[in-house]
Design a protein around this ligand. Structure first.
Ligand SMILES: *Cc1c(COP(=O)(O)O)cnc(C)c1O
Length: 437
């Protein structure tokens, strides 16, 4: 459910025509809907509250899905915490107003300076992924005279049944500590005076459309919590990660948050633990579109190509995860429009720069605007400047208002970040003569 709809034949984000945004900000641009972000957060929180009444929940929005300050602020205002995976994300969460006590720090490669910053911010917990990481954390916390709150991320060896690049809970993946060795690792970790064991953490992957892998993983976590308590650890929190899938294609099957919350209650609802969740895609995915203009309509040998001003550097998901994003034209197709099959492509010099093959669209001409749906998560955050294409603008709509929440990157400053070494300056290109020439 989102707030991108036709009104009077023109595509709107909430109360704002996308054509207005395109005229003012240009294309390509990401457009986010604040109402959709709020709605998704509330649907998720509401599902958990009704399935597990009386159980404390903390939703730590996973910043890596979309870390724009405006997006984080909308969620922070609803009480969201943050799941961060780098010093940069920690700083973003704090800058947007999320208190340290609602921040969890995940990731396999936290460095000592990142740990120090997180301890200074008083974060809720470190989701530790290995023994060497715990040793560094113990040393850093010890040197600061603090105790670091720790949950180990366990790898339950469960197949998430999702795309291989976003599957994280199998034993061949780099994530988490082996489930079989978890008790031994907790026992060893608890001997460090600067470490406070607080919980257990699991995250098995992203874009899960089947709930069975969650059920398997959470059941293993519950079993582990009992075993750890038997071993004398005071386990008070269980972090279940993110991963809930969303529909990218119309009519695709996807799990409802109510069903997910039911799985949560059945598996870990009666442990007496606070439950932490790290949803990313589920909150931000349908809350954003990527808006692009048609540059050319090109008739190839036997296919028609719609060449857009947006490309794989702006939205990598089709090239990286074989993802398909539904496309909406800015003008609502007339009821009698003859749809045709086209390939929607970008200008980047790679055949992989394709948004959709054999996509059914109404007739399109140069200058027309199209929107790729479900681009709010893993869109702008994964963009690059490949082909020296500046990062695109990001816009937030809230009711009848809109604002640029990140201006389009300026080409001059992008190029000016490069530096020519001293010994290359004043060479042939500048009219001088190179040494030895
Ligand atoms: C990516 C990630 C998430 C968010 O995953 P979604 O599928 O976007 O909900 C949560 N926790 C961790 C540890 C992650 O790496």
């Amino acid at each position: 459910m989102n707030y991108f709809d036709y009104r009077g034949g023109r595509l709107h984000a909430e109360g704002v025509p996308l054509a207005t945004i395109a005229a003012e900000v240009g294309t390509p641009a990401y457009v986010y809907s604040a109402a959709t972000l709020r709605r998704h957060y509330k649907v998720f929180a509401g599902a958990l509250a009704s399935a597990s009444p009386g159980v404390k929940h903390l939703i730590c929005y996973s910043l890596k899905a979309n870390s724009n300050q405006a997006v984080i602020r909308v969620l922070a205002d609803l009480g969201s915490g943050a799941d961060v995976v780098s010093l940069g994300e920690l700083r973003r969460a704090l800058a947007a107003g999320i208190p340290g006590g609602k921040i969890v720090f995940s990731g396999v490669g936290k460095t000592a300076p990142e740990m120090r910053a997180a301890l200074e911010a008083g974060i809720r917990q470190f989701n530790v992924e290995s023994e060497p990481e715990l040793e560094v954390l113990a040393a850093v916390a010890g040197s600061m005279g603090l105790r670091a709150p720790v949950a180990f991320r366990v790898n339950p060896d469960v197949d998430a049944e999702t795309h291989a690049k976003i599957s994280t809970g199998k034993k061949e993946n780099k994530f988490g500590v082996p489930f079989e060795r978890a008790r031994e690792i907790y026992r060893w970790a608890a001997t460090h005076p600067s470490i406070e064991i607080v919980g257990v953490d699991v995250h098995i992957g992203s874009q899960l459309t089947n709930l069975t892998p969650f059920e398997r993983a959470f059941a293993k976590v519950a079993e582990l919590v009992h075993a750890l308590r038997d071993d004398g650890h005071a386990i008070r929190s269980v972090d279940l990660g993110g991963g809930l899938g969303i529909p990218y294609e119309r009519n695709a099957p996807w799990p409802h948050p109510d069903a997910y919350a039911g799985v949560v209650q059945r598996t870990v609802g009666n442990l007496g633990c606070e439950l932490i969740f790290e949803p990313g895609r589920m909150i931000a995915g349908n809350a954003g579109v990527l808006m692009a203009s048609v540059i050319y309509v090109k008739q190839g040998q036997d296919r028609k190509f719609i060449i857009l001003d947006a490309a794989m550097n702006d939205l990598i998901r089709p090239a990286m995860y074989d993802a398909r994003h539904e496309v909406m034209t800015e003008r609502e197709p007339a009821p009698d429009s003859a749809f045709e099959k086209v390939d929607l492509v970008g200008p980047v010099c790679e055949s992989g720069d394709m948004f959709a093959r054999d996509c059914e669209v109404p007739p399109l001409a140069a200058g027309d605007i199209v929107c790729f749906e479900t681009a709010g998560a893993y869109g702008a955050v994964m963009s690059s400047t490949y082909n020296t294409r500046p990062l695109v603008a990001e816009v937030m709509v809230d009711g009848d208002r809109f604002a640029v929440v990140r201006p389009r990157e300026d080409l001059e400053s992008l190029i000016a970040r490069d530096q020519i070494p001293e010994w290359l300056r004043g060479g042939a290109a500048r009219g001088g003569s190179a040494k030895g020439a």
